[in-house]
Design a protein around this ligand. Structure first.
Ligand code: COI
Length: 362
């Protein structure tokens, strides 16, 4: 069946708990996987690795998923010193699991940590922890075709601060939740609203890294747009309110003939792993891909628009409302979006050969 989720719901109801030991069961839980959306479904284990100010991470440990204890003066709570990541594990046809480009998430976390004055786990530590969390929560990886295990690494300043300064201690934590479609639209086309009051990021800020503090400020714009019946918001550059930036939780692409354009990552746009992969897939399939400033006027003569992101996947856009004008786009069969989407999903789920060496098997 088609999964339909509510992207705005924080916690979905807990399924009947599986009684068997999580480590003794390689099969998915007995659960109604068709009801999966994109809400938190608590799983069995989380991974925690602490780090002191000198940047040395202790040995990571797996513990039961649950609440964590923090000082009220933790850096992350007071000044938002934190980063997050998102990646997915898929069940393989003949046993085991497949991760998609975890090295890219590890690298992005390192870049973000530098920007946010935090120590960062190495690529090896990051990937090793992601593998461990997948194995520990393996009964929560949905059956093939029913979704994936969304893995959420956090890097947060957990040491106490009062004055504005980097925290004295950090925690790298990973939890996971099975997910299917991000938007409540399911796989149906999105209706976007071009936001001309609120901006997402500005030059010199942190829009180009995955800091937690980039996300709460857009809730107001998303809420207003959802109340008006839109799926999400498309942001403009903060200086001229002219060039396209991104959607709240994903990047944007415009298609016109054989040319695909997407805003260049100039420090205000999140360098998405799916964005990067779709660019490479499109070039490999003979499209011309331009990463540059994309003027919002170009929305008026694109034939297709789509969004990319780890959570979102590749989502077709059916309409964009820009300066009170509603522009409609081609969606469905025989679109570029569909072609790129099925290639990406094929690589992620193993039905298409991974020529690029993107996937990591466990
Ligand atoms: C992801 O796509 O993995 C993200 O981190 C976006 C988030 C807002 C769900």
């Amino acid at each position: 069946g088609v999964c339909r989720g509510d992207g705005f719901r924080a916690v979905s109801s807990m399924p009947e708990p599986c009684q068997s030991s999580p480590f003794s069961d390689d099969e998915s839980c007995d659960f109604d996987w068709d009801s999966l959306g994109f809400g938190l479904m608590p799983t069995d284990y989380m991974y925690i690795m602490k780090c002191s100010k000198d940047g040395n991470f202790e040995r990571g440990q797996m513990s039961r998923f649950g609440n964590i204890e923090l000082s009220p003066s933790a850096g992350v709570l007071n000044y938002g010193q934190g980063l997050f990541e998102g990646l997915k594990a898929y069940r393989k046809k003949d046993g085991g699991f497949r991760l998609f480009r975890p090295d890219q998430n590890a690298l992005r976390m390192m870049t973000g940590a530098e920007r946010m004055c935090m120590p960062s786990p190495s690529i090896e530590q990051f990937i090793d922890a992601v593998k461990q969390i997948t194995i520990a929560n393996r009964r929560w990886v949905p059956p093939l075709g029913k979704g994936s295990l969304y893995i959420r690494p956090l890097l947060i300043g957990t040491g106490p601060v009062l004055g504005l300064a980097p925290a004295p201690e950090y925690t790298f934590l990973i939890y996971a939740s099975p997910v299917c479609n991000y938007f409540k639209e399911g796989s149906a086309p999105l209706n976007l609203y071009v936001e001309n009051e609120f901006v997402r990021a500005s030059r010199g800020g942190t829009g180009g890294v995955k800091t937690i503090s980039n996300y709460a400020p857009v809730l107001k714009a998303i809420t207003q747009a959802k109340n008006r019946g839109f799926s999400d918001v498309l942001y403009l550059d903060s200086v001229n309110k002219r060039d396209l930036e991104e959607v709240s939780s994903c990047n944007i692409f415009l298609v016109k003939g054989n040319v695909i354009s997407t805003p260049a990552t100039n420090g205000t746009i999140l360098p998405g792993v799916t964005r990067k992969s779709i660019i490479e897939i499109a070039r490999d399939r003979g499209y011309e891909v331009e990463e540059r400033a994309v003027n919002m006027e170009e929305l008026f003569d694109a034939s297709e628009v789509f969004c990319t992101g780890t959570a979102v996947g590749v989502a077709p856009v059916g309409s964009i409302t820009c300066m009170d004008r509603r522009i409609e786009y081609r969606t469905g069969a025989n679109t570029t979006c569909q072609e790129l989407y099925s290639t990406l999903v094929g690589i992620q789920t193993g039905t298409i050969e991974d020529k690029m060496g993107w996937t990591v098997e466990i």
